[in-house]
Structure formats: C-alpha cells, structure tokens
Design a protein around this ligand. Structure first.
Ligand SMILES: O=C(CO)COP(=O)(O)O
Length: 254
C-alpha cells in the first residue's frame, strides 16, 4: 500500500520564541506539497506557542513520561502535552535511550496513545553493533521490546535511526537502509497483522536536501525524521519537496 510520505522535524534542544518564524515558514511551505505529511517535534517550551502560530499544523513533543502525572520533577505527561497543543510525540530517541530501557519506551508509547497522541518510536544500532554486523538483530530486538502492544487508535510510526549516523554527516548506504527498513516492515506486519500496513517506517540520521531523494527511493522507507536540517525552512523544505517527488514518482498521491 502506498501512502503519503511522512517528514518529521526533531528540533531537539533548539529554538526560542524568535524561531517561531521558521515554524511559520515551514508550515506555510509544506502546505504547497501534496502526498507528504509534515510535522515538527519542538522543545516543550514552544509547543503551545507554535500551536497558536500555525493552527492545524501538527506540532509535537520529543519525549513523554509514562505516568499521567505525579512527583516527576522536570517531566511532562501525555495529557499535559495534548493540553499544550501537541498531536504527536517521539519516544525512545537514542539521545534519551542513554537513560531509559525499552520497557520504559514502550510504556511511554502506550501512555501517549492513550492520551490521543500519534507516536514515533525510535530504534537504532550503535557504531559497535553496526561494525559487528549486528544491525538488524539490534534494531529488531529494540523494536520488539519498544513498540506498544497495539497499533492503537492514533498513528504509530517506527523510525530507524542509526546512532552513528545522527548529526555525523554519515549515513548507511541506500542498500543498508533498505535491508533494515525491510526487516522492520516484516516485524511490524508480523506483530500487528493487517493493521501493520498503517505503521510507517522512517529513516533518520543526517538526512538533508542532498540525500533525501535517494533515501525516499529506498523500498519500505515511508519518510524521514530530520534533526539539524529541520531547524530552518530553507533546509527543511527541500526534504519535503523530495518526499513529494518520491510519492509522485510512485504514482499514488493520496
Ligand atoms: O536524531 C535525529 C532525528 O531525530 C537525526 O538528527 P540529524 O538529522 O541532525 O542527524
């Protein structure tokens, strides 16, 4: 089944109020492309303001606590994110996995689903695992342990982000990305049966305007999770354009 590509920006710990102009430019620019769903996962401090500035454009969080509320200093529950205007959240990003295990990632995904958030679950292998030829084994193990019990009523997405490719300028070859995306597609289909077809698989790690077209042409890659190149419209919109072109080439604009 061919569906819209999904291009999500992850601003990480970047952005203050002045950068809402970029959010506005990205939302306005993205609206020009058909066949692509675009979203931005912003610092929590900007979610509410962005939701006001670009009503209807999907803004999300980069993490969520697995409990709805309580004595968790510095954390945010899913209902709080919804209240701020978020419609999605990332869970299990490798920059957070240093402090959390897959069982916690799964609990976060389920808490987010229960609150009505779309969820992007991240998995990826370390450089050591990559060099040892253990990429597929590692990402499938992480995906199996981190994915929620059910696809759920909201949109579930799985993002393959090799730890060594994040912010490094290096990416796996299209062939390697294809092997992993194919393995994750099989895993999702097996785990969720017919509902698995609705789960999109993204690639993340040093995606930019120059390599996006090649990455979007890889079988089973349904989009990208973009870090550094999502901070400015001038860098991010060419990635959105490449996704729209890939969908057009596949002849199935939704
Ligand atoms: O971690 C990432 C997105 O979540 C990728 O970051 P970069 O695109 O900056 O490599």
């Amino acid at each position: 089944m061919i569906q819209n590509k999904y291009v999500v920006g992850n601003w990480k710990m970047n952005g203050v109020g002045a950068h809402l102009e970029e959010v506005r430019a990205i939302a306005g620019g993205a609206a020009r492309y058909r066949g692509v769903d675009v979203a931005l996962c912003l610092p929590a401090t900007l979610i509410h303001r962005a939701a006001d500035v670009v009503p209807g454009f999907p803004v999300g969080a980069q993490d969520v606590h697995f409990e709805p509320h309580g004595a968790h200093t510095g954390c945010l529950g899913a209902a709080m994110l919804v209240d701020a205007g978020a419609v999605l959240t990332i869970v299990g990003h490798s920059e957070r996995r240093e402090r959390e295990r897959s069982a916690e990632v799964r609990a976060k995904a389920e808490a987010a689903q229960a609150a009505g958030l779309d969820v992007i679950v991240c998995v990826g292998e370390s450089l050591e695992a990559h060099e040892a030829g253990a990429t597929i084994e590692t990402v499938c193990r992480l995906a199996n342990k981190s994915l929620p019990e059910q696809v759920g009523p909201t949109r579930l997405t799985l993002s393959y982000e090799p730890v060594w490719a994040i912010g490094s300028g290096s990416t796996p070859s299209p062939k390697e990305i294809g092997w992993v995306a194919g393995a994750l597609r099989d895993l999702v289909d097996k785990r969720f049966g017919g509902q698995g077809a609705g789960v999109r698989i993204l690639y993340g790690g040093s995606v930019n305007g120059s390599n996006a077209a090649e990455i979007f042409a890889v079988p089973n890659v349904d989009g990208a999770l973009v870090g550094g190149a999502s901070l400015r419209a001038i860098d991010f919109l060419p990635i959105v354009a490449a996704a729209a072109e890939a969908v057009e080439r596949q002849g199935a604009i939704a």
